[in-house]
Design a protein around this ligand. Structure first.
Ligand code: NAD
Length: 511
């Protein structure tokens, strides 16, 4: 069932390239704690060459470089990438499950989404030519203005490990569709499938330098990419703390950034729900991807009149969740990604207990699994709004619970966070859901569900969850800059030399 992890190098200028310092990072399977391979570790010199290769791809041949090729040409490559990924779907899904600990069912679905994402942006690349020049209607006839949409240039793409290839695709596909050249720096904790994307690019003959993939550590390869003066924009997915470092590193150059950061999303359950359905969405919303989703609805806010029954069923269903090696049939909860993450999550749980919260289910390693970074689905009550478990992102299978008695109180609790990524509201009263959605301070709201995302719809957060929107047309716009082009079309002189006499108090207007 398991597959061999290919030994790859950095992917720079269309070729495999050994890292300058020949350093490699071991890849640990989080389910077995075994080393299953290694990835190259890029340092400053490698990032430098990768950025140079990307720059060259935009100026290789002025008439035919990547950015000025018709959208249809770029679309052809994106479709070819999608088709290769589909061919290798089963193998890539297995590699990703072994690398990240995500259940194989989930990685299989994710890799399918990766292919769809490349296909979707191929479509937008084809449409882009027609939209590249848009006239602007002005209040004067002396001028004509149009707007050009142009690729941003060389973009640095830095991603997290929880959806390794999918998060990369959310950036790479629109960046390439827009005509940018990119340097991708995936997370050192799960880079295997991103290196396989390099192999796919070689297979489809993507022009050299258009996409470069440099694996390595965040504070080395990532930091160099972020502060590189020849990188025009950074698109980042990761923690809020790293997001803030990235903003700071780019600030001296006024480098634009798009940030997809952490969250502490609420799920608000009103008294009129179908309890079993709501319990299923609650479990899905927190335990999917082993609890490691930026938008995980990790704060359950449930109406006090149904809280007792809801909690009984929530615990009953949580007990039924299959925790196993991600490659096992029917696995719903695998290990968290690394030892560091495992220890961090257990520390969150012990701090919550020491602050007076009560673990009503889980909270530890499952008894039947002696190895691997497994943590039981964990449900915590008796939480106060000042507790760390209520305020900070755990990024693990840990749900904390509070009750409410009125809609106002529920909204106040839901918005009581520095984050603003996702939020879910569950009620049969759709008017109430709509009203409540408007009050929620979040970039994404789910009604009677939690977590679904769609390639066509915008994804991103507010407050400390970041800014900028990925996916859909918004995802393409991140990689396009807008240029105003204005032409003076009047036969008459402009008239600036003919200033009116001082005593003339008539209003002067050039427009
Ligand atoms: P992280 O911030 O530790 O790392 C993310 C990426 O940044 C990695 O590639 C890492 O190597 C790199 N990095 C680290 N330090 C850097 C630096 N100084 N300069 C440049 N790059 C640096 O995050 P993580 O632990 O990999 O991922 C988990 C976080 O990602 C969670 O907070 C989660 O909520 C967030 N996330 C957000 C979204 C979203 O769409 N909003 C999606 C997935 C994950």
């Amino acid at each position: 069932m398991a597959v061999r992890v290919p030994r790859r190098q950095l992917f720079i200028d269309g070729e495999w390239r050994e890292p300058a310092l020949k350093k490699r990072i071991p890849v640990i399977n989080p389910a077995t704690e075994e080393t299953i391979g290694d990835i190259p570790a890029a340092t400053a010199q490698d990032v430098e060459i990768a950025v140079e290769a990307a720059r060259k791809a935009l100026a290789r041949d002025k008439a035919k470089d990547w950015s000025s090729a018709p959208g249809a040409v770029r679309a052809k490559y994106l479709r070819a990438i999608a088709s290769k990924i589909k061919e290798r779907k089963s193998e890539l899904a297995k590699l990703e499950a072994m690398d990240s600990g995500k259940p194989l069912d989930e990685t299989t679905s994710d890799i399918g989404e990766v292919a769809s994402c490349f296909e979707y942006y191929a479509g937008l690349a084809e449409e882009l030519d027609a939209k590249q020049k848009t006239p602007v209607s002005l209040s004067t006839e002396k001028f004509k203005t149009h707007v050009l949409k142009e690729p941003v240039g060389v973009v640095g793409l830095i991603t997290a490990w929880n959806y390794p290839l999918l998060m990369a695709a959310w950036k790479v596909a629109p960046a390439l569709a827009a005509g940018c050249a990119a340097v991708l720096k995936p997370s050192e904790l799960a880079s295997i499938t991103c290196l396989e994307l390099a192999e796919v690019c070689i297979n489809v003959g993507l022009p050299p330098g258009v996409l470069n993939i440099v694996t390595g550590l965040g504070n080395e390869a990532g930091a160099i990419l972020t502060s590189h003066p020849n990188v025009d924009k950074i698109a980042f997915t990761g923690s809020t703390i790293t997001g803030s470092k990235i903003m700071a590193a780019g600030a001296p150059m006024i480098k634009p950034v798009a940030l997809e950061l952490g969250g502490k999303s609420p799920i608000v359950v009103f008294e009129d729900v179908d309890i079993d359905k709501a319990v299923e969405w609650t479990c899905f919303g927190i335990f999917l991807t082993n609890g490691q989703i930026c938008s995980a609805t990790s704060r359950l806010i449930v109406h006090e009149s149904i809280a007792a029954e809801f909690m009984d069923r929530l615990v009953k269903w949580s007990k039924n969740i299959k925790i196993s090696d991600p490659m096992e049939q029917g696995c719903r909860l695998g290990p968290v990604v690394s030892k560091g993450q495992y220890e961090k999550i257990l520390k969150f749980i012990s701090t919550a207990k020491s602050e007076g919260a009560k673990v009503v289910y889980g909270g530890d390693r499952p008894e039947h699994l002696k190895k691997g970074f497994f943590i039981e689905p964990t449900i915590i009550t008796d939480v106060t709004p000042s507790m760390q478990i209520w305020r900070d992102e755990v990024f693990g299978p840990v749900l904390c619970v509070k009750t409410f008695s009125s809609e106002e109180e529920a909204l106040e609790l839901a918005n009581d966070t520095h984050y603003g990524l996702g939020a879910a509201v569950m009620s049969k009263d759709l008017e109430r859901c709509e009203r409540f959605s408007k009050g929620l301070q979040a970039g994404i709201v789910w009604i009677n569900s939690s977590q679904p995302s769609f390639i066509q719809a915008p994804w991103g957060g507010n407050k400390r969850s970041g800014f900028g929107r990925e996916l859909g047309e918004w995802g393409l716009e991140l990689y396009l800059s807008v240029k105003q082009v204005t032409e003076y079309v009047s036969d008459q002189p402009w008239g600036w030399f003919e200033a009116p006499p001082l005593e003339d108090d008539s209003e002067m207007s050039y427009y």
